[in-house]
Design a protein around this ligand. Structure first.
Ligand code: SAH
Length: 213
């Protein structure tokens, strides 16, 4: 086996051992090379199950967390998905393999510019990446079948709940920043919402307004 094939096998094995069992999610994570989303000295650690630094003081999430969130979101092939917090673009790239269309918004212009370049280079044509404060969601494209938030808020932001279709699912970390947060799954019912706690996680905070760069 080539070193590359062996690295990939270990990467997928680690995902499975952490509870990522959904075949579509595993296939997407096999296909999309995380190494393309990590730069410089950190690139060689791209296949380890750890978060890594990216530009603008942000992080690319741990692969097993990306897998578990994608799995909890239960994305269907016809779905229109909104992601808040593009960061490196890795999570959006995984979602692009599971959904019909992915909208991803990020408050740092530089991250949006770099993610767009990557999506073009990797030929991921069903992703639209925009500069915006995601705490308002993306009202002009609402409603969404699925919403994934990759930055932590104290509570699920009201506008995002409002942009979820009836029967739709939102997965997001909630809690105070710098403490342990909880990943929750919100399902929109005919009337009201169902809330389910999934696991403890740690994400950067969901911040108001746009970033400086
Ligand atoms: N999903 C990313 C991980 C991103 S880390 C990946 O796969 O790499 C969380 C990201 O959320 C950061 O890039 C941060 O800048 C962004 N963010 C924080 N608050 C935001 C907001 N209100 N609107 C949009 N993006 C936000």
């Amino acid at each position: 086996m080539t070193p590359e094939a062996e690295r990939k096998m270990q990467f997928l094995f680690a995902l499975r051992s952490k509870g990522v069992t959904d075949t579509r999610v595993l296939n997407a994570m096999e296909k999309i090379d995380r190494g393309a989303f990590v730069k410089g000295i950190f690139a060689e650690r791209a296949y380890e199950d750890m978060p890594l630094p990216i530009a603008c003081g942000q992080t690319i999430s741990q692969p097993s967390v990306v897998g578990l969130m994608s799995q909890a979101l239960d994305v269907q092939p016809r779905d229109k998905v909104l992601e808040i917090g593009t960061g490196s673009g890795y999570q959006a790239a995984i979602l692009s393999q599971l959904a019909r269309r992915v909208y991803t918004v990020e408050r740092h212009r530089r991250l949006v510019r770099e993610a767009r370049e990557l999506f073009e280079r990797l030929d991921l044509a069903n992703i639209t990446c925009l500069v915006a404060d995601g705490s308002h969601g993306l009202p002009e494209q609402a409603p969404f079948d699925r919403i994934l938030v990759t930055a932590a808020a104290e509570d699920p932001p009201g506008p995002l709940l409002a942009e979820l279709r009836v029967g739709g699912i939102m997965v997001l970390p909630v809690g105070q920043s710098n403490t342990v947060q909880t990943l929750i799954k919100v399902t929109r019912l005919e009337s009201g919402f169902d809330y389910q706690e999934l696991r403890p996680v740690r994400f950067v905070p969901l911040l108001e307004g746009l970033g400086q760069d």
